[in-house]
Design a binder for this molecule. Structure first.
Ligand code: HMH
Length: 221
């Protein structure tokens, strides 16, 4: 395999689960306008909880970059990610009040807690920078690919959901995900077989957690 494009190799190899995460019925429902607004509100409340837990994970990636990275520019990229999360949290608060979702009283669902716990496990010092940055790329990219799909030509995304899609589907966020991908691929190229194998397993876990997360919006769990 061509290790210079490890992430491309993986996304080809695991295409079905990747499509499961990025073309989920919830996303397709936003794209064709058939989404149930109670599902959207449930997703909004749960994702706010997720994003708050995502902050310490990203902070751990930043710390690992500072200790282990061979390129100082990585810190700037990750710091940009932290800044984006700050905006995101403020956005959730505004958006939730628009939709009448009381964020303080949202109870995290088990699926959400499982995903947050998985990310917390990756904050361990035993998990190296290569694994951490690869996981970071994967989490961000699923949302980027999913919401960008809702803004493509031919989509019938309802006006009131376009802002949400734009948050993760905009070109700037796409560029940022591409930069994370380049960093991950650069690191994976130099990593041991063991680290590469662990990073691939983490990717699969993330994709599974993302599918479950979308499933949760349907309220059947
Ligand atoms: C579940 N995955 C989930 N929520 C998010 N906000 C992102 C990824 C992207 O930040």
């Amino acid at each position: 395999t061509d290790r210079a494009v490890m992430t491309d190799t993986w996304l080809k190899k695991h295409r079905l689960i990747y499509l499961g995460a990025t073309r989920h019925p919830f996303i397709l429902g936003i794209r064709d306008g058939s989404v149930d607004l109670s599902s959207f509100k449930r997703w909004l409340g749960q994702d706010y909880i997720f994003v708050r837990a995502f902050v310490p994970f990203v902070a751990s990636v930043l710390l690992k970059a500072w200790k282990e990275s061979d390129d100082n520019a990585d810190i700037d990229v990750i710091l940009g990610g932290v800044a984006a999360l700050n905006d995101e949290i403020a956005w959730f608060k505004t958006e939730a009040s628009k939709w009448g979702v009381a964020l303080e009283s949202v109870v995290p669902q088990q699926i959400n807690l499982n995903y947050c716990r998985f990310l917390e496990s990756l904050t361990s010092p035993d998990v190296d920078y290569t694994q951490a940055i690869t996981a970071f790329w994967a989490v961000e990219t699923v949302y980027q690919e999913s919401f960008a799909h809702c803004l493509e030509e031919g989509s019938k995304t309802p006006e009131e959901l376009k802002q949400t899609c734009h948050r993760w589907g905009n070109d700037g966020f796409g560029q940022y995900c591409h930069t994370l991908k380049s960093i991950a691929d650069r690191r994976l190229e130099k990593a041991s077989k063991e680290v590469v194998a662990k990073a691939e397993l983490n990717l699969l876990s993330i994709l599974e957690h993302e599918v479950e997360f979308w499933n949760m919006s349907h309220g059947a769990v």
